[in-house]
Design a protein around this ligand. Structure first.
Ligand SMILES: Cc1ncc(COP(=O)(O)O)c(C=O)c1O
Length: 471
């Protein structure tokens, strides 16, 4: 985090820390506990600079000595680092550093045990009939395509998706890739070097975290609020960090299902003009709108000729992840630059996948309508089961494939480890954190049918009981 000063004004601390005085222990211990909780919950990101002791004491109505004692406790726990002249900044204790490795499995402990009920993956089922039909049609089209240009149809079809949703787009704006991860890999190769800075939501999609970390980028997390994006705070982070790349998932965010509001999109678009960063908007989940009046969300920062925005899309969640088809929608110059990278050919979808995808897109609306109905039912079922558990809380997601569960009395790591022994695999919260925090959260996908979700919640409840008083 060297070089990026992330100030958190003392005036924000009363809200950030919540009702910390109600706990037991000395004032300093209670305050240290509240700061630790804010770090572990991702509200205070790594690298955040704590206010000077005097200022925080003034804000909280405490003696300066109490805040000094608090900072000492946090130093002893290796949660803050104090440097003369530059104050105290939040850090991750060394014993947890492996969480920041790009090679860490995002399946958590549970997945490694091969637990039969696997909720580490959030993937919709294949649209069987439409897929088989598209494969048959693609096979018939193959001989002609082999003689001509098999990709032309798909470029145009993808461009039309943007065009029809109000962002003028031609085939020259589209680079096809073998999925959204491949698109992110290309953008990483083009825009990031070791120590480049990336600003991104916290929590966020673990695949992106792994890619950015493997490139040696320095990640600066921007905490999401329980209901969405704090655009002024993001603006401040962009000013402080001046990142090469900013990665956001504004449409049915993975893992929270959050949707960026229209005003926030407009505000983000306005504020972005002051920043020189490539804004990568990952729209992989965009079609998974589970609101009753589903309608394509407006596009964030959409100006047709903007060189600083790249949209990443994919058919994985809308149609089928087995079809490795995704894309980058960007300025034609950006598309040309990315297409010229040696990696671009390796990360292009196969001609046959392109033929199938172009045909499957004809059935997009039918598949999506069915998928949304199914996901709504499963989401509501999961939510109704979880509402009966007093030890967790959540917001019902308006879209996406998963629910972000806050645990009120436990950490997700021991809970997922215990759940694995009961044949339930889950991903603990820290896998979604750029900072390796978010210990009290758990992602629960609702991609399985209600009966399987019932079994999962029964096993989760048993695992929680198993934690007992030893938490
Ligand atoms: C936000 C986000 N981006 C990208 C991906 C990867 O998508 P693809 O299968 O197209 O590589 C996922 C998959 O879960 C995702 O949730």
């Amino acid at each position: 985090m060297d070089g990026v000063v992330r100030r958190v004004p003392a005036s924000r601390f009363p809200t950030l820390l919540g009702d910390w005085r109600a706990e037991d222990g000395s004032l300093a211990r209670r305050l240290a506990g509240a700061v630790e909780k804010a770090v572990r919950d991702g509200r205070l990101p790594l690298g955040a600079r704590l206010p000077a002791e005097r200022l925080l004491a003034g804000e909280l109505g405490l003696a300066r000595g109490t805040v000094a004692a608090t900072y000492q406790i946090l130093r002893d726990e290796q949660l803050i680092v104090t440097r003369t002249g530059s104050g105290s900044t939040v850090s991750l204790p060394p014993r947890l550093h492996d969480r920041l490795s790009p090679w860490a499995s995002d399946r958590g402990e549970a997945g490694r045990d091969g637990a039969p009920l696997d909720l580490t993956v959030a993937e919709p089922a294949a649209p069987f009939d439409e897929l088989l039909r598209a494969v048959r049609e693609a096979t018939e089209a193959l001989p002609a395509a082999l003689l001509g240009n098999a990709s032309a149809g798909l470029h145009t079809a993808v461009a039309e998706l943007y065009d029809s949703q109000g962002l003028p787009t031609g085939p020259e704006n589209v680079l096809l890739t073998s999925g959204a991860d491949a698109a992110l890999s290309l953008l990483t190769a083009a825009y990031l070097r070791p120590n480049s800075r990336v600003v991104l939501d916290s929590p966020t999609y673990p695949g992106a975290l792994a890619l950015f970390r493997a490139a040696g980028a320095r990640l600066l997390s921007q905490p999401l609020t329980p209901t969405g994006w704090d655009v002024p705070a993001l603006d401040r982070t962009l000013t402080e960090a001046r990142p090469s790349l900013t990665y956001l998932v504004p449409d049915f965010h993975n893992p929270t299902g959050l949707l960026m509001g229209e005003e926030d999109r407009a505000e983000l678009g306005r504020r972005l003009r002051a920043h020189d960063t490539l804004l990568v908007l990952d729209e992989t989940m965009r079609d998974l709108d589970l609101r009753d009046d589903a309608a394509p969300p407006p596009r964030t920062a959409a100006r047709a000729g903007d060189r600083r925005v790249a949209y990443v899309g994919s058919l994985s969640k809308s149609l089928w992840p087995g079809l490795r088809v995704g894309w980058i929608r960007a300025h034609p110059d950006t598309v040309r630059r990315l297409a010229a990278l040696p990696l671009a050919a390796a990360l292009a979808p196969s001609p046959f996948d392109q033929l199938v995808a172009a045909r499957l897109l004809d059935h997009r609306e039918v598949v999506l309508t069915r998928r949304r109905t199914q996901l709504r039912l499963q989401r509501d079922h999961l939510a109704s089961r979880l509402r009966t558990l007093p030890w967790c809380r959540f917001h019902v997601p308006v879209g996406g494939l998963s629910l972000w569960l806050e645990l009120l009395d436990a950490d997700s790591r021991p809970l997922t480890t215990l759940a694995a022994t009961r044949n339930l695999a889950l991903t603990p919260g820290h896998h979604f954190s750029p900072d390796g925090t978010l210990d009290r959260y758990l992602r629960i996908p609702f991609t399985l049918p209600p009966e399987a979700l019932d079994t999962a919640i029964d096993r989760l409840t048993e695992a929680h009981e198993g934690l007992g008083g030893g938490r």
